[in-house]
Design a binder for this molecule. Structure first.
Ligand SMILES: [Zn+2]
Length: 328
């Protein structure tokens, strides 16, 4: 990357050097990562919009367009969150409304990047964590929109996970199997080989358990219970958080999905009752419940899996403590 002048170059190095070379204080790292995360969130919006569309590339065209009038956005129309607020949620060209989801995704990305930097024991590990969290954000919103998880995220993660685990064994410092497979000569910590094997085991565990649940669901209920996108996503996650972590993530995700599923059915139950009352049609509660269950059946699982993976990734130990206190 070329910096425009020596003064600016010096300033950039002054800011970047202590972060990379020494352990930055958590607050400085969180601020730095938070601001950068806002900008990345803007890019994730583009990915969420373009990835599910056939023949669209994330990189080209480089400039974003208004989806309504195709007006090309100038840099000052593309400033994370601020542009949306200043322009009053409208396109400057056609005055069409811009969804609040764009600034929300940017804020979410910034917040998660700051959180990851705050929690991670080192800057290099924080960088890996924000990469994973960004992938999870894309998976979540594409799944909410289109009931699918882009292969760029899931298969991409499955390729990157063992590679990064080999290069930065610290990723699996908390993975039990990694410490078992590592040679004790490394001083009790994990080595490259152990982390690599832990990554492969985690992928097998994450993908395997969902495939098995899907097979079981088909045997028991005779319908497809699990999408292949979820299987690939959890396999990729397992590559980063290991077999124990990925099972914990699945447990947390399933718990959240169940709560959300019951709430969704309750929402449809109320909606159907309300509509029946407006039409003055009497319907018994059991039939309403049956209708609500059918209407509320289809919830994407990806967002809940992503939430589970994110929790385990950012703070694995505190999650275990929390569960031990409240569940077990
Ligand atoms: Zn427009």
């Amino acid at each position: 990357m070329d910096f425009p002048g020596p003064w600016i170059r010096n300033q950039a190095l002054v800011i970047a050097f202590p972060l990379i070379e020494t352990e930055a204080t958590p607050l400085v790292a969180a601020l730095f990562f938070g601001v950068f995360g806002l900008v990345v969130g803007s890019f994730l919006n583009v990915a969420i919009y373009r990835l599910p569309k056939e023949g669209m590339s994330v990189w080209r065209p480089l400039r974003s367009h208004c989806p309504r009038c195709a007006h090309e956005l100038a840099w000052y129309e593309n400033v994370p969150v601020l542009s949306w607020v200043i322009q009053g949620a409208r396109c400057r060209s056609c005055r069409g409304t811009i969804s609040a989801r764009y600034p929300l995704v940017e804020l979410l990305t910034g917040a998660l990047w700051a959180l990851a930097a705050w929690m991670a024991p080192s800057v290099s590990l924080a960088l890996v964590h924000v990469l994973i969290l960004s992938g999870l954000i894309v998976a979540t919103f594409v799944d909410l929109d289109c009931f699918e998880i882009p292969d760029e995220v899931s298969i991409g993660g499955m390729v990157v996970a063992p590679l990064l685990s080999f290069l930065l064994p610290e990723i699996h410092a908390e993975t039990w199997i990694a410490s078992q497979l590592s040679t004790p000569a490394e001083g009790g910590t994990v080595d490259a080989g152990g982390a690599f094997l832990a990554s492969l085991t985690g992928m097998a565990a994450g993908g395997g358990v969902l495939l098995w649940i899907g097979w079981l669901g088909k045997k028991l209920f005779g319908r497809d219970a699990m999408g292949l996108g979820d299987v690939k996503l959890l396999a990729a996650a397992g590559g980063f958080i290991g077999p124990g972590g990925v099972l914990m993530a699945l447990f947390i995700g399933s718990l959240l999905a169940s709560v959300s599923g019951v709430l969704n059915i309750a929402r449809f139950f109320c909606l159907i009752r309300l509509r029946a009352r407006v039409r003055k049609a009497r319907k018994n509660a059991l039939r309403t419940l049956q209708a609500a269950r059918i209407a509320g059946r289809y919830l994407p699982f990806g967002p809940y899996l992503s939430l589970g993976v994110g929790i385990v990734l950012v703070d694995w130990k505190d999650v275990v403590q929390l569960l031990e206190r409240f569940v077990f």
